[in-house]
Design a protein around this ligand. Sequence first.
Ligand code: SER
Length: 884
Amino acid sequence: MKTAEIKQRWLDYFEANGHVVVPSASVISSDPSILFNIAGMVQFIPYLTGREPAPFLRATSVQKCVRTADIEEVGKTTRHGTFFQMNGNFSFGDYFKREAVRYAWGLLTSPTEEGGLGFDPDLLWATVHEDDLETIDLWLEETSIPRERIQLRGNEDNFWHTGQPGPGGYCSEIYYDRGPAYGAEGGPIADEDRYIEIWNLVFMEFELSEVRSKVDFDIAGELPAKNIDTGMGLERVAFLLQDVENMYEIDEVFPVIAEASRLSGREYGADHHSDVQMRVVADHVRSALMIIGDGVRPGNEGRGYILRRLIRRAVRAMRLLGVTTEVMPSLLPVSMNAMKHSYPELETDFDRISRIAYAEEKAFLRTLESGTQLFETAYEKLEDSDKTISGDVAFALHDTHGFPIDLTLEMAAEHGVNVDEAGFRALMAEQRTRAKADAKAKKGGGHTDLSAYSALLEEGRSEFVGYDDLEADSRIRGIVVDGEAREVLTTGQTGDLVLDLTPFYAESGGQRADVGLIKGDGFTAKVLDVQNPVKGLAAHRIEVIDGEIPVGADVLAEVDHEHRFQGSQAHTATHLVHAALREILGTHAVQAGSLNQPGYMRFDYSYPEAPSAQMRAEIEDVANLAVRSNYEVGTEYMPFEDAKRSGAMALFGEKYPNIVRVVDIGGPFSRELCGGTHVGASAQVGPISVLSEASVGSGVRRIEASVGMDAFRSLAAERTIVSSLSEMLKVPGTDVTDRVSELMVRLKDAEKEISRLRSQQLLAQAGRFLETAETVGNTLFVVADLGEVSSGGDVRTIVTDLRARVSDRVAVVLGIGVSGGKPVVVIATTEAARESGAQAGKLVSAASSTLGGGGGGKPDLAQGGGSDTTQIPAAISAVKAALT
Ligand code: SER
């Protein structure tokens, strides 16, 4: 049975049993501390904890997951994959243990011709937590499993949590016996290779406050409801049903192994070492495909680093198989073809995905070269007695060149030397600690207590009526200050007001919140910001201008019309610029973020290079033409799938509700999924004036524009500048640039001429300093006290000229001047003076320290300076003293 079919049977079975089919969330977790979704339940955590009301009582999904903690195990066992799919069924306060057991058994053991998976019931085993004995009875009552095939285990195996504070509970697992050829008798507790875990039923009933490790955690209490979270490893079930040996040989993965075998000329199944490498390749190529598909780009930290590591390990594994040319262009399309049945977007987006993957491989092949050089240099420097490459070198190879340690180890072995692995690991540990501290600092205080808002949400969502109305009668449902519920706010205080319904747009989708007023009997408050601290609930951050605001008061909520209109102009402008970008640069210019506020829009998009000046001009042109075309801006609600089919742009990997809002500007010109506010027709946007277009990080670019009256005003301000310049320069505006560059050339020439004349003048007078020179000991001491000079260069010119005039004598020339209010001193010595011990550098130090500064140089010429011009005579004396 194909993997895609197992997935479909799963969804059909649970749908028929009253579950809502929910699409997979992105592999990217919305919780920054988790990086990737590691289980099907992650997208449902707010419903499991009761922080948000669940929109359905039962749900089912097939979730894309990435776990890389066991990356070293990949290929060596039957069941470790960095990317895998987890089939799940969930109950949010609806059914509990009994039904979970019944459903699981039903699907596993019903015959295939009846839509089931057709597992032999006699080969299934179950495990139960040792403190959850009631579940044993449920197994005995609901299924045909005998007591001997139910085993008890502790927290290590049969308590499940995410590794973070949050929901958790006892679990009961189902195993499949592969038979005596695979290991010892005795059930899962005896051998987990023979008895393969296929399904985990978690009975989510506890809230965990602290999680120190898998088995060490604190239970804070019970969850508001008893929930079910189950997870069946799709790849595991697929390999059992496809009668292959492991998850790398299933239909969605094996084609890549076959391609790796073709490229390397090695037969799969011939030797264990090569098999492991081929499985690593197949696993990692697929994971890279899926992760890039959901919007991650290779980088040096977080998700980007994991992606980079996967690609590099795959390339490296191919090298170990003897293939040193580029491999991704052969392997990635094969993986995409194997996965596209379940994820058709991989094919439509393949142009973008493959460009990212191929570029990363190319970059790695380059670093492989430079890293090899670093390694060779370190190797050559090793003393004969010391046969160890240091931890520092291994770390630098890893950190700068992306070398996995096993690559360094292997190269060392080839050269017959060791690597200080302990040193390397210590440096890695240090780096991890630093990274953790950074992450903590970044998150700082992000986890504020939202319970006061959640409590208010229990009365229902605070409805947004602001698409149609900018004013609304409403009621104050609650007041929250610093996370705590309050009864009243008075003049001058700030806090959050939650209303039953609101015309205020809360910041989201890149659009800044509305501002305005909330008024009631005897009070007025200014709305400064609006956010959704929990989904479905808008909190209006207000300042009380006047009066006293009690909970329960009736209010009139008034959005500032002008502010809203300008915000809408900016948001519509963003859609126009997005569409223009795609028209000029192609559909691989993918949105990476945006910001809209009155008068201004910013749009980030991924694109590998800087668009030419011509392209930029065209983008601005196309956007403004769309304004002029006065397209109608329409909004429509429709099922997500229909929206996608109609060509609406959605962000891959974003979690969208089943029914989405589509904003349409001029039909095919722009269609986007969007919850923001917009103007009624594109001409209302007014001018869009691009302010800048620049790179903001690897492969991501940012375009900024001013919009509407702001754009007009910024253009008008520029026009004023041009017209005053044109008046000043007495040329028409179109000639201003030429005129200014001509003036700049003339100015430069004039400056050069001035400095040439000045030096000439100084030199002409230099002779007089020789007349006042004194003899100190046997040295002729020439002092040129120059007063104001334009730069230190002038002083040097005079000093070297004077030295040339006395070059045949034992002479020291000191020049001193004041440039920019500060003393500058230059000293030159003749050859004869140096022979008798004079050193310009030392003499300058003596002068400079008297002037309150420093300086130095060579024995023949040195320069210094200071800050105190009154000390010039003292500095001259200091040099003189040093000569005697
Ligand atoms: N959350 C559980 C797991 O990942 C069951 O879905 O195993």
